[in-house]
Design a protein around this ligand. Structure first.
Ligand SMILES: [Zn+2]
Ligand SMILES: [Zn+2]
Length: 335
């Protein structure tokens, strides 16, 4: 129950734009309020609080009319979910285009649910693996890895084109392999919930492993590992609920409590900068392509993994991690 309330509190603090302000207040350095950072931290919570104040006041005077808020409300929803909406369109397009090529038809029964889930996880694995291994797709996915702490708000950190791209791959995989649309939507619902839930931070669930469940399903602990930039953890745990494909493709990694998770991406980032989190990787890729000698190198920068270099001085996750593993001994209690 306390965990749940903590979660609600975390969500409200985020919704009301308070994190930056709370951080500033903790430093006790009030001169910062004269800087751009300070001013934007003060401005952030203003509108959400005003909105609530306004609604309460109107309700008190019995002047509150839903219709007055319709345009603003929908603009807010469209802006925050525009990616979601394109992606729902994408799901329908994929069903329409590929439905007829399905190898067979499934229904909603417990065994087809298991089959469908395994297939969905496979589609998810392909999308997520490519998002980390093809530099162009990393540009879309890196926004989600930019936050340097873990909490439920990380669920909102996505580039708007990522969801359509993810669903193109996941839906097509499922539809071609016979997962019926009804079953697919059920799986998407479960996956949507669990995929959000695994982002709970240490202040809600410190351990995040949920005891023996950690051996069976993918827990917040596994997903924290995925969000870590430590050499040991880089590019592991691509699954969402069932870590089957991580086991199959040898990308499974449990949290080693002696290797403390450091969240974020490996390059130097402008601290808490939205613009850098959203467009940073695109700018860097454009620069690399521009500077690369010859058309072949330009092409390779776009499609090779992040860290690939035409000078052959590669710093890909695969190289960094295997270097680290040479001298790594897993914590005994964990294995
Ligand atoms: Zn990822
Ligand atoms: Zn995540």
């Amino acid at each position: 129950m306390i965990d749940f309330l903590e979660g609600v509190k975390e969500w409200l603090v985020g919704f009301f734009g308070l994190p930056a302000l709370l951080k500033l207040l903790q430093t006790n350095d009030y001169s910062q309020f004269m800087s751009w950072n300070g001013i934007s931290a003060l401005m952030g919570p203003l509108i959400p609080f005003l909105l609530v104040f306004e609604i309460i006041r109107m309700a008190f005077y019995r002047r509150f009319k839903v219709v007055d808020y319709r345009i603003s409300f929908f603009s807010l929803v469209i802006n925050s979910f525009i990616g979601r909406i394109i992606s729902i369109g994408m799901v329908s397009i994929c069903i329409g285009l590929f439905g007829r090529y399905a190898i067979f038809k499934t229904e909603i029964t417990w065994y087809w649910l298991i089959y469908g889930y395994v297939i969905w996880e496979f589609g998810h694995f392909i999308y997520h693996f490519l998002a980390h291994k093809v530099r162009l797709f990393w540009c879309l996915h890196s926004t989600h890895h930019a936050p340097e702490t873990m909490n439920l708000s990380v669920n909102f950190a996505h580039f708007f084109l990522e969801a359509p791209y993810a669903d193109l791959i996941r839906t097509t995989t499922c539809i071609l392999l016979g997962v019926s649309p009804a079953l697919l939507f059920l799986i998407m619902f479960i996956d949507g919930f669990w995929g959000s839930f695994i982002h709970i931070g240490e202040n809600i669930s410190k351990d995040g492993r949920f005891g023996f469940l950690n051996k069976i399903i993918l827990t917040p602990s596994h997903h924290r590992v995925h969000h870590a930039k430590n050499a040991l953890y880089m590019d592991t745990n691509f699954c969402n609920l069932l870590p089957i494909w991580d086991h199959v493709f040898k990308t499974y990694q449990e949290e080693d409590k002696t290797v403390k998770i450091e969240y974020g991406i490996t390059r130097e980032m402008k601290k808490h900068s939205f613009l850098d989190a959203y467009f940073g990787e695109i700018v860097l890729l454009a620069k690399d392509v521009w500077r690369a000698p010859g058309i072949k190198n330009k092409f390779l920068y776009i499609f090779m993994p992040p860290g690939w270099s035409h000078t052959k001085d590669h710093k890909t996750a695969k190289i960094v991690r295997s270097e680290y593993l040479k001298n790594y001994k897993p914590e005994m209690a964990n294995s």
